[in-house]
Design a binder for this molecule. Structure first.
Ligand code: GRF
Length: 229
């Protein structure tokens, strides 16, 4: 059977994106998909915020949107159970957290282990959590960056798949640094999702595997989203 007649060849790699805010990383994934630079089907956008700008981006692109409000649920577990059940309806092979600003219940994270990634604006393991740009500047770091990692119950602590770096300029503000990093993040996320969709990356029992081999350090991408040797 040739690749073109294989049933698997026609089957799109199904992705669901979670976002709470602006949605520029989500938009980057959509654009790449539209330009045939990302061989995936973006099946839905899920959110915990009904007013997130990311929702309009999805609606404009004709991507189904599901937004549930945490305050309509008695606790975190029931909210997460409901949201992830809606995500599961789309039968995604991958969930991408792209600016999803909530801690997810451990039992739910475990169900999606190896099938859920997050983009984080720091060179993990440095600066888990918030205010990453400010903390990197305060620490006097010369280099900052972003990471894509598999999501595990430890906040921003899962195995790191890929990173992009950029130098911190002298006297630069956190806002300026964040603005310079954002397009690099978007290219990093897109390139990483592409490799996962091509089934070149997976989470093994001992960490991230690329082409079947465990990697000792995260993959490095340049500012344009090309894999560095
Ligand atoms: C990005 O900086 C991402 O790294 C972080 O949240 C931000 C989301 O931005 N997790 P956007 O909503 O994708 O524009």
């Amino acid at each position: 059977m040739t690749a073109s007649t294989s049933p698997d060849a026609a089957k799109a790699f199904r992705v669901v994106v979670f976002a709470s805010g602006r949605g520029s990383n989500f938009a980057a994934l959509l654009n790449a998909q539209k330009n045939d630079a990302l061989p995936v089907e973006i099946c839905a956008l899920l959110s915990d915020k009904r007013t997130a700008p990311a929702l309009s981006i999805a609606e404009d692109a004709g991507v189904p949107v599901i937004a549930l409000r945490p305050r309509d649920f008695p606790d975190r577990l029931s909210f997460d159970t409901a949201l992830f059940a809606r995500a599961a309806d789309f039968k995604p092979e991958l969930i991408v957290l792209a600016g999803f600003m909530r801690v997810i219940e451990t039992s739910i994270v475990e169900q999606w282990r190896g099938r859920m990634i997050n983009i984080h604006p720091s060179l993990l393991p440095k600066y888990r959590g918030l205010r990453t740009h400010e903390r990197a500047i305060e620490a006097g770091d010369a280099i900052h960056g972003a990471s894509v990692h598999y999501v595990t119950p430890e906040l921003d602590g899962g195995p790191v798949i890929s990173q992009v770096r950029l130098p911190i300029l002298k006297g630069e503000s956190p806002v300026d640094l964040a603005a310079r990093l954002l397009p690099l993040e978007q290219r990093l996320l897109t390139a990483t999702v592409r490799l996962i969709a091509q089934r070149r990356i997976e989470l093994g029992p001992d960490g991230v595997k690329v082409d079947g081999n465990a990697i000792a350090a995260p993959l490095r991408f340049d500012a344009d989203g090309s894999l560095l040797p």
